[in-house]
Write a protein that binds this ligand. Structure first.
Ligand code: GLU
Length: 299
């Protein structure tokens, strides 16, 4: 009961924080969020893409996203609106594929562990949610991108002084999400003992455990952790020593090379045409950090 209440408070605080920092742009529905205005491309064709054919038939795009990662993929519990860097990338891709991001997108929150299945069964047309491109996942899904480069880091309570990096986790309780690359690294590198590894479906559950002093550190990508730190700056902090490379890709059906090529074109144009920067500045860049779009990898 108490944990539930706390979580609600956290979620409300998060939406307040976003409302305070996320001045809505003209022309975005609802306002109060961070949506970047998008021009919808006309007469788009993607020859030989079964996914695109399906989207055309529905007249809508179903996009898999995260819903509890402020700054990246976040659903406002009051307005139900999605915001964040990943959401804006997803919206930009939809618009460039010829779909109106304000009226023709259905967002589907999918946790880390369920992504490959959601993509390969066609439950989502594509997925944009802090999704690291790697060889193992490429056996099951395709990736356009990368469109962002993150790195694994640690979130600890503000009063903590003894967790200073990945090599100071022994004997500490460390939490991450099931099916993620960070939990994989904690296990494969033995960063802490097996009995000290705590897993949840969502990182927000780990953060709640950290606030409740049930665990000592949350580990995942720095971009995600910075979003949580921004919502509770007095209580938690990011250690700030990334120890992996996490190139974010757009997940899509493994064999749909036509759609992969098209989304890669869209991402390249967004990088060279200033759209990527506009999206970054309106979301992750609001905290003052800077970043460059990584080079697209057409494997
Ligand atoms: N980027 C990492 C991954 O794809 C961690 C973030 C996440 O779980 O979405 O596993």
């Amino acid at each position: 009961m108490r944990a539930k209440k706390m979580r609600l408070v956290t979620v409300l605080a998060a939406s307040l924080a976003l409302a305070l920092t996320g001045c809505g742009r003209e022309g975005s529905p609802g306002g109060g969020d961070q949506q970047v205005k998008q021009d919808v491309a006309q007469n788009v064709q993607v020859q030989g893409s079964p996914t695109f054919d399906r989207m055309k038939q529905k007249g809508r795009v179903t996009i898999g996203v995260k819903e509890d990662q402020p700054g990246l993929g976040f659903r406002d519990p009051v307005t139900n609106e999605y915001s964040g860097f990943d959401i804006e990338i997803a919206r930009h891709i939809a618009a460039q594929l010829g779909f109106d991001p304000n009226t023709q997108i259905d967002y589907k929150p999918i946790p880390s562990t369920a992504r490959e299945q959601a993509i390969s069964t066609g439950e989502v047309d594509y997925y944009v949610g802090t999704y690291t491109i790697n060889a193992k996942r490429k056996e099951q899904v395709g990736f356009a991108g990368p469109y962002y480069m993150a790195g694994q880091d640690l979130l600890v309570r503000s009063d903590n002084t003894d967790i200073t990096g990945k090599d100071s986790l022994k004997g500490k309780k460390v939490c991450s999400a099931t099916g993620s690359t960070p939990i994989q690294k904690v296990k494969s590198e033995g960063l802490t003992e097996p009995q000290n590894i705590v897993e949840f479906q969502r990182y927000s559950e780990c953060v709640q455990q950290l606030l409740d002093r049930q665990i000592d550190a949350v580990t995942t990508d720095d971009a995600i952790l910075k979003g949580y730190a921004a919502q509770d700056p007095d209580k938690v902090k990011v250690v700030g020593k990334p120890f992996s490379e996490e190139p974010y890709g757009v997940g899509l059906s493994r064999d749909d090379n036509a759609l992969r090529g098209k989304i890669n074109d869209i991402l390249e144009q967004a990088a060279s045409g200033g759209e990527w920067k506009r999206i970054y500045d309106a979301t992750l860049g609001k905290s003052g950090s800077t970043a460059e779009p990584p080079k697209v990898d057409r494997y």
